[in-house]
Design a protein around this ligand. Sequence first.
Ligand code: APR
Length: 263
Amino acid sequence: MPTPEGAPLELVRPLVQQACGSAGGLCVLTGAGMSAESGIPTFRDALTGHWARFDPMQLASEEGFRADPARVWNWYAERRNGVRRAEPNAGHRALGDFAARHPGVLTVITQNVDDLHQRAGNLDTLRLHGDILQDRWLEPCPRGARGPACEPGWALEGEPPRCGECGNPLRPGVVWFGESLPLAAMNAAERAVDGCRLLLVVGTSGAVWPAAGLAHRARRHGAQVVIINPEASEIDDQAQYLLRGTAAQVLPALLDTTSPENG
Ligand code: APR
């Protein structure tokens, strides 16, 4: 059982070096804490988290959107602006640099709907909860049955924008509570954790499944699991090591020393 106060980095660095020795050797699963130091609020942090201030069912569910589309649309519009203003932090950059130094070793899997991993160089990041910068129609486009569907970009201005032909509203391209995850991304994430030697779990409370289950799955497949989080999470019992620190502090210290030669 890992020590709750955390392990020294020296115990985990060799695991990273070993993981460098094989294709797909290292997987990283990230949550909102990964982007906290970029100024993007998390969900469940006591005072600052979204869910400390808003009812998730009113803002992050289809029912909530249908009940008050303008309110939900404007909340996501505010969050989008926050994402556009944000910059990748030292943690994102350490993962981007690592991928450049060790091609084919790292798989990044994220619950985050921002694009900071991609902006830091991890273009093939697996997105489990969608993309806040993408819109899609709430209902399937009726034209789609007969031919090409209407493009979201054709929507008429509004809160939310709507199709000028059928009134179909746009909604954010994120996964809401009660919705299924994108199958291709989830299948690829499962394959990645099944084949990795080390899974780093960074900045997630582990409160939301099936994403949280990837730690259990990695462990079942013989991988070492290390959690990076300043606080306790709901999946700490799945980890061999807990690193009590932030993403921007710990990831550079853990990854920047690895070199292709020693892989
Ligand atoms: N570095 C690392 N971890 C951090 C940092 C930081 N700088 N700041 C906060 N944390 C940790 C918190 O201690 C907490 O455990 O990040 C975690 C954030 O947890 P949540 O807010 O629950 O976010 P997440 O786990 O990503 O939520 C999962 O829930 O609301 C849905 O779809 C949403 O993807 C989200 C999912």
